[in-house]
Design a protein around this ligand. Structure first.
Ligand code: NDP
Length: 681
């Protein structure tokens, strides 16, 4: 039987057989952990020194491309991961969430990185704030990769997604990872890490793997490091209170137990489509991954007079679920991850039964489908009802991490919110109502206790990704009992691995640090128009101050006729006189167009396309008789490794545009986004 290996300081380590890891389906041994001693001090130092260096030899854009390459390689080897993952008890649908969901997260961070992060390794978080009267001193913020390693400790329920959702933003940020999967399912993570190394897209030292215990690693963590954790609240509490974590102020992000809810609003009754949608969502969440999801619905808040109807429909749905070996045709729900977990869930059901009654499951005639499954970790869905929650309800405290949910009746919506809040902070709640007025009141009240709210009605159901699926672009994590942490959430997740620093200085120095033109910085001007430079040759701060143009009444008339915009402010002398401007003024879009006419270099050249404007503001009115001019300055360059449809390499250039009048007052301000060709090879 194979011995799993750790990957530490560039070596696969693991010869001595240690703990046997049985299949959750039939109890057969899938693999053994290794008993070889690991040098955790070396692992941390190697991550910082080697991984940190190779990662920072790349920039945000290059790392985003590497993430995509890893995702593509993993996708090619999906079948191997699916086959092995079956032993964790996962059905095909569960593997879809864990394995394809993991790849999807890599792809998402690859494209977010390319779209939203700059070239280089400094993120400029503007705006720049002038701190002096004459703009010689200003302030802004930058974010740079933390110089340490990120230790990621994962739960057993998602051995692939759990690792990748933490790794992707860390890698993109430029920080090396040490991942420690939960022991019971670590054989799947080991395969995923092997494949990532095989892909050739991982720079040396950027990903290490621990099979088994973290030993004395916590002793060797330093101030620049980060720890993230998913698992039980008890372990989270113990680890975040490790003296070294406290003494060195090491960020510790936790995602722990969560007693998530679903709330059926009183306006939804059995004749509505939403009633069935609600029941379907609860049923699906109980069964997906055999209920071993941090986001699974544990508490089902239902108006008192609908309890029986919800119970009946849910029972009917659950009675159709076949539990057993997922490779057998027709099996919908697999096993729990281990026998230990099965015992734990059974014990927690007994605890829940002290305040609730069982309405489905546990009749004693359950037999999982498939050969050898009597040795597996199977349990059928269990539905409970807590009839008198005012006398106490164990479901607000006890997490049975399996296919278990408790229906809790309520009388008013305020009471429903109070009941949900008894979970002391959760990852997600689904609310089902048909009434926008109800949701407008309910959602803000519930939001205080949640990381995410899923609003389910017939319209959303057509495309809903479901209650239980954390998405890369939305925040995952919840307050209080849910751990108080935050993962995913788009590019913000990358910022968890960057240090934000305020920078004060002259605009010229701020431009040098941020890699972006900052207004007031010294500009570079010469006789060559900035549009004549190829991407590589164009410099940040390269600038053009145009000739002037006096705006006439004919301009207003011509622009109005051309555009069809005859707004009174441009054409009605009397109305314009009565307005705050006291006179007719030019169209804002005319000012934009006239500015383009002033700064554009018309001949064929490296500037290929203008694909939009950002941060446009019309600051002062422009009236006939005013004289305008524009300053065009190269603000930001992003090399995304793009090519045009006909194969020519190109980069993104953002230009700062300031349009001023005869008094040197700013009348319009914006950024123009262009594609600029690279030099022909
Ligand atoms: P644990 O908290 O015991 O384990 C979670 C992770 O922490 C595992 O990788 C585990 O490794 C690791 N770990 C445990 N002790 C230490 C330690 N002293 N130092 C470093 N790492 C440590 O959770 P379980 O996996 O046992 O699950 C227990 C319960 O937690 C579940 O029944 C469920 O209620 C809840 N849970 C919640 C999840 C969520 O996402 N909200 C996810 C999973 C579980 P190892 O496996 O090697 O012990």
């Amino acid at each position: 039987m194979s011995v799993l290996k750790s990957f530490i300081a560039g070596e696969w380590i693991g010869e001595q057989q240690a703990k046997a890891l049985p299949s959750a389906i039939n109890g057969e041994i899938v693999a053994h952990t290794h008993g070889d001693t690991l040098d955790f001090k070396k692992a941390a130092e190697y991550g910082r020194k080697v991984g940190g260096k190779t990662l920072l030899a790349m920039d945000f854009q290059e790392r985003a491309l590497a993430l995509k390459a890893m995702a593509l390689y993993l996708q090619e080897h999906k079948k191997e991961l699916y086959a092995l993952s079956m032993h964790t008890g996962s059905s095909k649908a569960d593997n879809g969430i864990d394995i394809d969901g993991g790849f999807g997260t890599l792809f998402s961070y690859a494209s977010m990185g390319r779209r939203e992060l700059p070239s280089g390794n400094v993120v400029h978080e503007g705006p720049v704030t002038p701190l002096g009267k004459n703009n010689h001193f200003a302030g802004t913020h930058i974010m740079v990769p933390r110089g340490g390693v990120a230790l990621h400790i994962d739960a057993y329920n998602f051995p692939v997604w759990g690792m990748l959702e933490k790794f992707a933003p860390t890698f993109l940020a430029g920080m090396p990872s040490i991942v420690k999967p939960a022991t019971s399912t670590c054989y799947v993570t080991e395969l995923a890490v092997r494949l990532m190394h095989e892909s050739g897209a991982l720079p040396e030292g950027s990903l290490q793997l621990i099979i088994g215990s973290t030993g004395d690693l916590f002793e060797h963590l330093e101030e620049q490091d980060v720890v993230t954790f998913t698992g039980s609240a008890k372990t989270a509490r113990m680890l975040r209170n490790h003296p070294n974590i406290i003494n060195r102020s090491i960020p510790f992000n936790a995602e722990a137990d969560s007693l998530n809810s679903a709330v059926l609003a009183p306006d939804v009754t059995p004749e509505h489509e939403e009633f069935d949608l609600f029941v379907r969502e609860v049923g699906r969440e109980m069964v997906a991954k055999a209920g071993q999801k941090c986001t699974a619905i544990r508490r089902v808040m239902v108006p008192q007079d609908q309890v029986q109807a919800v119970c009946d429909k849910l029972k009917k749905r659950l009675s159709k679920i076949t539990t057993g070996d997922p490779s057998v045709e027709g099996v919908r729900m697999g096993a729990l991850a281990s026998i230990d977990q099965l015992e734990d869930v059974k014990a927690n059901i007994q605890e829940l039964l002290k305040t609730s009654e069982l309405v489905f499951g546990g009749e004693g005639n359950f037999k999982p489908t498939g050969e050898g499954t009597e040795k597996g970790a199977f349990i059928e869905p269990h539905l409970l009802v807590c009839r008198n929650p005012e006398n106490g309800c164990g479901a607000h405290d006890i997490e049975a991490f399996g296919p278990v949910a408790t229906i809790i009746p309520y009388n008013t919506l305020d009471e429903a919110v109070e009941l949900v809040a008894k979970g002391r902070g959760s990852l997600v709640t689904t609310v089902t109502t048909r009434d926008p007025v109800t949701i407008a009141k309910l959602a803000p009240a519930l939001a205080a206790y949640h990381g995410r709210l899923h609003l389910l009605d017939a319209e959303a159901a057509k495309e809903s990704t479901g209650h239980g699926s954390p998405l890369p672009m939305l925040k995952h994590g919840g307050p209080g009992r849910a751990g108080g942490g935050e993962e995913l959430g788009g590019i913000r997740a990358v910022y968890h691995y960057l240090q934000r620093t305020a920078i004060q200085g002259s605009p010229t120095m701020l431009a040098a640090v941020t890699g972006e033109y900052v207004r007031g910085a010294k500009v570079i001007e010469n006789d060559i128009h900035p549009f004549r430079y190829h991407f590589e040759d164009l410099q940040i701060n390269q600038s053009l101050l145009t000739h002037r143009r006096t705006v006439t009444e004919a301009d207003l008339v011509n622009f109005g006729c051309l555009s069809g915009d005859h707004f009174y402010m441009h054409f009605d002398e009397i109305a314009a006189k009565n307005s705050q401007f006291g006179k007719r003024i030019a169209h804002g879009y005319f000012v934009l167009s006239a500015a383009a006419g002033l700064f554009v270099d018309p001949g064929e050249g490296p500037v290929l396309a203008n694909y939009g404007l950002d941060t446009l503001r019309f600051i002062e009115p422009v009236a006939p008789g005013d004289t305008i001019r524009a300053r065009l300055t190269c603000k930001r360059k992003i090399d995304q490794g793009r090519t045009s449809p006909d194969g020519h390499p190109q980069g993104v250039v953002v230009w700062d545009v300031q349009v001023t009048n005869q008094e040197d007052e700013l009348v319009a301000s914006y950024d123009i986004l262009t594609l600029v060709a690279k030099k022909p090879e």
